[in-house]
Design a protein around this ligand. Sequence first.
Ligand code: NAP
Length: 249
Amino acid sequence: MSNSLEGKIAVVTGASRGIGRAIALTLASRGAAVIINYNGSKDRAEEVKQEIEATGGKASIYQCNVSEYEKCETFIQDIIKEYGRIDILVNNAGITRDGLLMKMSEADFDQVVDTNLKGAFNTIRFASRQMLKQRSGRVINMSSVVGVTGNAGQANYAASKAGVIGLTKAAARELASRGITVNAIAPGFIETDMTEVLPEKVKESSVAQIPLGKFGKPEQVAAVVAFLASEDAEYITGQVLHVDGGMVM
Ligand code: NAP
């Protein structure tokens, strides 16, 4: 058994900032070559690449809007052409467009579902074909506690994150016989740009719901991704791991 990722090829979507950035750095520190996907933040993605290379790791950056099906096909095929395989796929890219149901626009619903849920489908759709050939692979999808509990003002986001759990379990069942595991992580409140914008009052009331009494850090989510991607987790599939300071139990 081992938690080393030496020689593995890992794709991390939405790795230019926040949790995805921490995942890219952590997987690289365990020896994986990391493909840092971003949508708009090219400079931030470049910084992550440089940070990995400065510590002797391997990384490349790749722009792709994960909500676009055909672009995802090219994205995944280009990686396979360059690296020959994909061992780890982390579907982390995600957005929020919060608002009460009565006021939520169709565009806000569609954009969130297209990025958070369809984006994960798009990459799994193409990467799993390669993983099936390899007879091995690890897929880790980013859900959220909100996908389990729901949240007022986040109908679009909660639906997308609940969908990610369904997608994870269906894919886990379909791919298990070929040595591919598929799991989801459900973070609670983690300190990133996404939660930075919350009003102070919301932050205070959120902390009050967390038994461990504080927001989590991106590195704490990244450590769980690295575990699920490692040999140590070879008998775990179809699971949703909460990294939430005890918020949901
Ligand atoms: P963040 O700081 O806002 O970063 C989001 C990342 O997703 C960025 O790298 C962004 O890239 C990328 N992204 C957004 N849309 C994309 C698209 N269409 N195609 C490709 N990449 C795209 O968010 P975060 O807090 O790190 O969240 C990461 C994941 O964890 C999300 O799925 C989020 O829902 C989930 N999560 C977060 C929390 C939390 O408390 N922070 C809690 C539960 C779940 P660019 O900047 O390059 O566009």
